[in-house]
Write a protein that binds this ligand. Structure first.
Ligand code: SAH
Length: 235
């Protein structure tokens, strides 16, 4: 059974969007994964299909209704659907490569995209939604956040990435940011590719890459070194 993403959104026309091109798009065409959208609007109230209302307690903006969203979730992922139910939300735990791997290893995901000020808290509790953030900034809706999550997961699916090996040495995978890359021409605007990379000495290349990865991580993201046990955690 292939990986299946079900997206609950007020803007289904945004999908597959960028997920329909390049690596993810070709994998979609091959059937390595599937994406379905559910328009939350279809589960709205009354003739006007209303999906939101003013915040209890008063404040600007609107809130997605619990009853409307629950109907959409129940239609999209009936009981017994083993896929995790995610809610894209700036209040969630920031997405990590580890979490992306877990999602990619499963059957797929049901992803709820918020809009306005967010969603009624009760539907998060009642439907066991796991809030996931893609970073400490505010988007206007959860759709692009859902695309980020899916792009990261889909490239890990079996057969999707051309060079399977390139996945393991990438930034974060070993608790470090990746070493620099170079390609032809050998000299460009007076800048030369480091000699060690042209030496043919694979051991020396590995040591140089490791040292560069540690240097760059130390300079840019020292938090990663302490989190992972740092340089002591050899690959
Ligand atoms: N009032 C909310 C922000 C609402 S933004 C707050 O302050 O927490 C509208 C919707 O965009 C959210 O419901 C969520 O689905 C999405 N969104 C915004 N920023 C996001 C982020 N950093 N990560 C994931 N989703 C985000």
């Amino acid at each position: 059974m292939s990986f299946r993403a079900t997206i609950l959104t007020l803007y289904p026309e945004m999908f597959p969007g960028p997920l329909g091109v390049s690596l993810a798009g070709r994998a979609l065409e091959r059937g390595d994964w599937r994406i379905d959208t559910v328009n939350i609007r279809e589960f709205g109230e009354g003739r006007h299909r209303l999906v939101d209302d003013t915040p209890a307690g008063g404040s600007p903006g609107m809130v997605l209704r619990a009853d409307v969203l629950a109907r959409a979730i129940d239609a999209a992922a009936p009981e017994g659907d083993a896929r995790p139910r995610l809610l894209m939300s700036p209040r969630g735990r920031p997405l990590t490569q580890r979490q992306v791997r877990e999602i990619a290893a499963g059957e797929g995901a049901v992803v709820v995209c918020g809009r306005f000020e967010g969603v009624d808290e009760r539907v998060i509790e009642a439907r066991g939604l796991i809030e996931v953030s893609i970073g400490d900034y505010i988007l206007s809706g959860g759709e692009m956040a859902a695309m980020v999550l899916l792009d990261a997961a889909v490239r890990l699916l079996p057969g999707v990435m051309g060079n399977a090996l390139s996945g393991d040495t990438e930034s974060f995978e070993g608790g470090l940011l990746e070493h620099p890359h170079y390609t032809r021409p050998t000299i460009w605007e007076g800048r030369e590719i480091p000699a060690v990379l042209r030496s043919g000495d694979h051991g020396a290349v590995e040591r140089w890459r490791r040292a560069e990865a540690e240097r760059i991580t130390g300079e840019r993201r020292p938090d990663l070194l302490t989190k992972s046990g740092g340089a002591a955690k050899a690959r």
